[in-house]
Design a protein around this ligand. Structure first.
Ligand SMILES: Cc1cc2nc3c(=O)[nH]c(=O)nc-3n(C[C@H](O)[C@H](O)[C@H](O)COP(=O)(O)O)c2cc1C
Length: 167
């Protein structure tokens, strides 16, 4: 074995889970950003955790509203995911620039893409500063899934997104 750094490690653990963090901006517009730092955190009650830079517009929105939908994007969203991951909702309306078809879950006022394999509506419970990221521990309020859709995963430390097994 040889010693490597964390960037190399994220490439070696590929494919990593990929979620679009959907949040509401202060002006009411929807924002989306991909994250690969994602995990389940508890069965009872159902909880998940994910880590984002505190400066991300998604972080600002989550800390203000306490609400988000984490949606696992499916294959038709490949280009949109990369576009949403390379610009900030603080500077622009990403959904206006790269529109995708949207849906909602009953009782949840944050939309998410139609082409989603699984979506979690969450409420922020705890924020832990984790080095240069914030770790968000969230209660899962609702889960919806469409197993017929094929999920995208993060490869090579987020340099590309693709199915877990390329056909
Ligand atoms: C495949 C992929 C995975 C990413 N994973 C994360 C992550 O886990 N945490 C994070 O803070 N940023 C991650 N990013 C970068 C954010 O998506 C990016 O900083 C985005 O511009 C933030 O948008 P926002 O300012 O609108 O929230 C990832 C980007 C890509 C393309």
């Amino acid at each position: 074995m040889k010693e490597i750094n964390i960037g190399q490690a994220t490439a070696i653990t590929s494919p990593d889970p990929l979620m679009l963090v959907c949040t509401k901006k202060e002006d009411g517009a929807l924002n989306m950003a991909p994250v690969s730092f994602f995990m389940y955190a508890s069965f009872t009650p159902p909880m998940l955790a994910f880590a984002m830079l505190p400066t991300a517009n998604s972080s600002v929105n989550l800390l203000r509203t306490g609400k988000a939908v984490l949606a696992a994007p499916s294959v038709s969203l490949r280009d949109a995911v990369m576009a949403y991951g390379s610009s900030s909702g603080s500077d622009k309306n990403k959904l206006e620039e790269h529109p995708v078809a949207l849906q909602t879950m009953e009782g949840v006022d944050v939309s998410f893409p139609v082409d989603t394999r699984i979506a979690f509506a969450v409420t922020l419970e705890q924020t832990v500063q984790a080095g240069d990221h914030n770790l968000y521990l969230c209660r899962i309020d609702n889960i919806s899934a469409d197993e017929s859709r094929e999920a995208l995963f993060a490869w090579e430390g987020g340099a590309k997104v693709a199915p877990a097994q390329e056909k």
